[in-house]
Design a protein around this ligand. Structure first.
Ligand code: PLP
Length: 374
């Protein structure tokens, strides 16, 4: 048996006729940029998230950067971001000329540690970007209350959490605005790069929309300098088809996670956990072990693909060497990065493959209960 890390082809086959028809329709009408299909997807996505406005753009990184720019964040400003995330989050902050300020992560939830944010707030802090990492919503009540106390803007990075829910609220609806990525491997993915922003703030949506299209309010009416970051029509058509399946795919991911947890409950590894008021959508299923190299090699030999998200937390990647950040300031993420393994996770993963993965992990790690007895 072999188990891939993700299987986008299996997903395509499951929706082939719908998606082929949607793409063919773009070709038949020669509509490639903008148009009614893009507008339709924006409306559908805003309604799915429960936000008033959705502005599509070229990719998830742009969606963070464009929102920061539209919020007026720039040189001299500081923006709080988690230490463990994909680099887009901090990159977007630097791209608008502001400075990312890293905060360590929660030891069990792996999202930004809300008890460590306040000490990083200065007179220059303008915003917080909570990242709903791996599909688990951040502790938003605490983040929003800090934001009120210090008058900070909150930009939710929802790139890994389409459809996740925190205390009855969908991610993307709690901050001032939110960014989404539709990179092909995300829970909702296009067939290339794509992204979107959502907000209830009409002015912010309008500015962000202008930035995506050369600062134009109407054709040739450039109110400002913007850029070219647009959602291609073909991607919008694909996303409209896929959005209808998202809840179903997310529940399959959740049941795969439940099976993993059940079958691995005695294995000598740390499983993901989430508070009962949060609905985790498991973009990734991340476990921790002291024997990462051994477990990954063993699984590779058994034809099971795994990955690491991410091999280094951001304070310690070369790009941020100049900040001279110390491991002591990031005690959780600096250890976490050395123990994590992402297991295969996608909606089409079958029960027999899930069992095979868990058996091979238990074979390598042994059972925690046995270890305790020895
Ligand atoms: C994927 C991702 C992004 C950016 O998405 P792209 O569409 O690849 O630019 C941003 N933040 C996080 C946390 C991500 O995982």
């Amino acid at each position: 048996m072999s188990v891939p890390f993700v299987d986008l082809h299996a997903q395509y086959l499951s929706i082939k006729s719908e998606v082929d028809g949607a793409i063919q329709d773009c070709l038949n009408t020669s509509s490639f940029i903008g148009g009614s299909k893009v507008k339709k997807f924006e409306e559908e996505f805003a309604s799915y998230v429960g936000s008033k406005f959705c502005v599509s753009c070229g990719n998830g990184t742009d969606s963070i950067e464009i929102l920061l720019k539209a919020m007026g964040i720039g040189p001299g400003d500081e923006v709080i971001v988690p230490a463990m995330t994909w680099i887009s989050t901090s990159e977007a902050v630097s791209s608008v000329g502001a400075n990312p300020v890293f905060v360590d992560i929660h030891p069990d939830y792996y999202t930004i540690d809300v008890t460590k944010i306040e000490s990083k707030i200065t007179s220059k802090t303008k915003a917080i970007i909570p990242v709903h990492l791996y599909g688990l919503p951040c502790e938003m009540d605490e983040i929003l209350s800090l934001a009120r106390k210090y008058k900070l803007t909150v930009l939710e990075d929802c790139a890994q959490a389409h459809g996740a829910v925190y205390k009855g609220k969908k991610v993307g609806t709690m901050g001032n605005a939110a960014s989404f990525s539709f990179y092909p491997g995300k829970n909702l993915g296009a067939y290339g790069d794509a992204g979107a922003m959502v907000t209830n703030d009409e002015g912010l949506a309008e500015t962000a929309g202008m930035i995506t299209n050369h600062g134009q309010k109407a054709k040739h009416d450039h109110r400002m300098e913007g850029r070219n970051s647009r959602l291609d029509t073909i991607h919008a058509a694909v996303l409209s088809v896929k959005l209808k399946h998202l809840d179903n795919w997310n529940s399959k991911r959740r049941s795969t996670a439940a099976s993993y947890c059940e079958l691995l409950k005695d294995a000598a590894i740390k499983l993901p956990s989430s508070p009962e008021y949060s609905k985790h959508v498991f973009h990734l299923f991340v476990v921790q072990t002291d024997d990462r190299g051994g477990v990954m090699d063993y699984l590779t030999k058994k034809n099971i693909d795994t990955a690491i998200h991410y091999p280094s937390s951001l304070p310690f990647v070369k790009a941020y060497e100049h900040l001279k950040l110390r491991r002591d300031d990031f005690p959780v993420s600096s250890v976490f990065q050395e123990k994590i393994i992402s297991l295969p996770m996608f909606a089409e993963l079958t029960e027999d493959k899930i069992s095979y993965v868990t058996e091979m992990i238990s074979e390598r790690t042994g059972r925690a209960s046995l270890k305790v007895r020895v």
